[in-house]
Design a protein around this ligand. Structure first.
Ligand code: PMP
Length: 409
């Protein structure tokens, strides 16, 4: 048995919902952070205080509150910049979430650089949010989408990726970490290879950003997308990082206030980056909440969070694997954060319903990644995913629950 040193996470106490919520008289065991993470008191208090004492619209006012709120909002941008090690705050575009970030990329970068006959490479383990926007462009622009296959162990077939690259490849858009398999992809190598072929690289960091430190400058990618709500921040805020030299050349996507320098009835002049991509009133308090979540995570340290979570993950992986009749989807060497499983003679829906009766929250379905779910030979799975607040006790509750399911079904 892999040792798990931590019975209860030292940070669980920071999350009010985890210390106060009971389901059927059982304390809540929250194992659904890959879908959305719970919020620490610090983030909740920051948002509440902001609405109570500092709130106003940003950028367009010269009254005190608006100036103060603009400073808060722009300070959050700098926190994001430092958190992912971008070179400039101009490279941080606030969106409503990863899905909007990826659609923004498709509708600016994609529309600008792709022409008939060009190729976009994605992988079989993408979330629908990094498949469908490119399919929409495929229909519009007559481009070809090529798909990197996935090995039986859930790792990306790197050699196949290299073989797919050609002078026609204009964009490589892959996930940093799979939300079904937990596989962590070699994105630095992928980026270097894609750049050698002259392609732009976009990474979906929705899952990776929550588990380990991110350095977009070191990775060398051109774009990196993620959502705030999986990173202990409010919903309605996301980020698209874009390398300054690439962003400078891109046209806007949505039109409206804030994204222009001037408007006449004949024509408009676009604002500089990143405002060019942020039409309309942004998610102000949500962005400030994301800044607070980053302050909270920095107070612990992402390296510490990673080491802690990997320990809990190894324990969860080993314990779940021991249950006869349970199959874990994917066992790639670089994997973490979550375990998706199927059980002989038990439908994933029934497993999660029984676990729910015991206060254990897991997710069931194809996790918005139907192609990889099918590649693993199933139509749905039951996914237990970790946050920094989960310790050994949570995993023990899950494992006891799964043994009970086995007895019942
Ligand atoms: N990509 C991945 C890998 C994800 O896990 C998710 C969320 N499940 C998304 C994209 C989309 O994120 P959102 O729904 O927050 O826009």
């Amino acid at each position: 048995m892999a040792l798990c040193e931590y019975e209860i996470s030292p940070w669980k106490k920071d999350f009010p919902i985890l210390n106060s919520t009971f389901i059927n008289k059982n304390p809540l065991v929250y194992l659904d952070s890959a879908a959305s993470a719970q919020k620490p008191e610090y983030v909740l208090n920051t948002c509440r205080k902001n609405y109570e004492t500092e709130y106003a619209n940003v950028h367009r006012g010269i009254h005190h509150l608006s100036e103060e709120e603009t400073a808060n909002f722009e300070a959050a941008r700098i926190k994001v910049q430092n958190f992912i090690k971008a070179k400039s705050p101009k490279e941080i575009i606030f969106t409503r979430g990863a899905t909007e970030s990826l659609n923004l990329a498709a509708n600016t970068l994609g529309k600008k650089i792709l022409k008939e006959g060009d190729e976009v490479i994605i992988s079989l383990m993408e979330h629908h949010a990094n498949i469908v926007p490119w399919q929409l462009l495929q229909d519009e622009k007559n481009i070809t989408i090529k798909v990197i296959p996935v090995n039986d162990d859930g790792s990306l077939d790197y050699d196949a990726f290299v073989n797919l690259l050609s002078p026609k490849t204009k964009l490589v858009a892959v996930t940093h970490m799979s939300n079904v398999l937990g596989t962590i992809n070699p994105v630095k190598e992928i980026t270097a290879k894609a750049h050698e072929a002259g392609a732009i690289v976009l990474l979906d960091g929705s899952q990776s950003v929550t588990h380990f430190p991110i350095d977009v400058t070191d990775i060398g990618c051109d774009f990196f997308a993620f959502s705030g709500h999986k990173l202990y921040a409010p919903t309605g805020i996301g980020v698209l990082y874009g390398r300054e030299e690439v962003l400078e050349d891109l046209p806007p996507w949505q039109g409206g206030g804030d994204m222009i320098k001037s408007v006449t009835m004949e024509k408009s002049v676009w604002a500089d980056i990143p405002a060019r991509f942020e039409a309309g009133t942004p998610s102000i308090v949500q962005a400030i909440g994301l800044g607070a979540a980053i302050d909270y995570l920095n107070s612990i340290g992402m390296e510490n969070i990673h080491a802690f979570e990997q320990n809990v993950f190894n324990f969860m992986y080993d314990e779940v694997k021991k249950i006869p009749g349970v199959r874990i989807l994917g066992n790639a060497p670089h994997k973490g954060g979550l375990v998706s499983m199927v059980m002989e003679n038990a439908h994933p829906q029934d497993i999660s319903m029984i676990l729910n009766q015991m206060g254990i929250a897991v997710r069931v379905g194809h996790h918005c990644a139907q192609p990889i779910t099918e590649r693993m030979g199933v139509t749905s799975s039951c996914r237990a995913s970790l946050g920094l607040y989960n310790g050994r006790k949570d995993v023990e509750a899950l494992v006891a629950g799964l043994w009970k399911v086995k007895e019942m079904l």
